[in-house]
Write a protein of this length. Structure first.
Length: 176
């Protein structure tokens, strides 16, 4: 591509670029919605790791109209291969009827996706802000009270520049 630096195949940059190319090329189909699957994880105070997606989840997820069939695209560049967790999860997704693509190029995706048909329902344009798709709130709609966190209900008011502290935990129950 003219004006872009050469990126070695198999690198993280090459992988990110191919994911972006697939999203741009196929995300504009009116019968297909695609999004990047972000592997997020958080550690609880006790040290337990909670993952937003299972290990081995494909790079791109989506849905195909009119069938509602799930679409998953695992992107590989260079000499990269699926690791065992990815292979197991992709096999399970296929068993459940999902369309799973192992893509080393946009051509792999176009060969696997069914052709776009004129009778497929046209999905509304994809937007970053979901709130635009919600109906406007009317004055007669029930209103929820403002949400507050537990700390603000149990802690005395603090100055903005004061460090935030949690109240001490309750004493353990003694059973006799």
């Amino acid at each position: 591509m003219r004006g872009q630096k050469a990126v070695p195949r198999g690198s993280t940059a090459a992988h990110s670029r191919l994911v972006a190319e697939i999203l741009l090329r196929f995300g504009s189909r009116p019968d297909l919605r695609l999004w990047r699957s972000q592997p997020l994880a958080a550690r609880t105070p006790s040290g337990r790791v909670i993952r937003a997606l299972p290990v081995g989840f494909p790079d791109i997820s989506g849905v195909l109209a009119p069938s509602g069939r799930a679409v998953f695209i695992e992107v590989k560049t260079g000499d990269a291969h699926q690791n065992p967790a990815q292979a197991r999860l992709c096999a399970a997704l296929r068993r459940f009827g999902a369309l799973v693509v192992l893509a080393q190029s946009c051509d792999d995706v176009s060969r696997t996706l069914p052709p776009q048909t004129d009778d497929a329902p046209r999905l509304p344009p994809q937007r970053d802000d979901v709130s635009r798709l919600l109906p406007p709130q009317t004055d007669d709609a029930p209103r929820l009270p403002p949400q507050t966190d537990d700390v603000s209900r149990t802690s005395p008011p603090q100055r903005d520049d004061a460090p935030r502290t949690l109240p001490p935990p309750p004493p353990p129950e003694v059973r006799r």
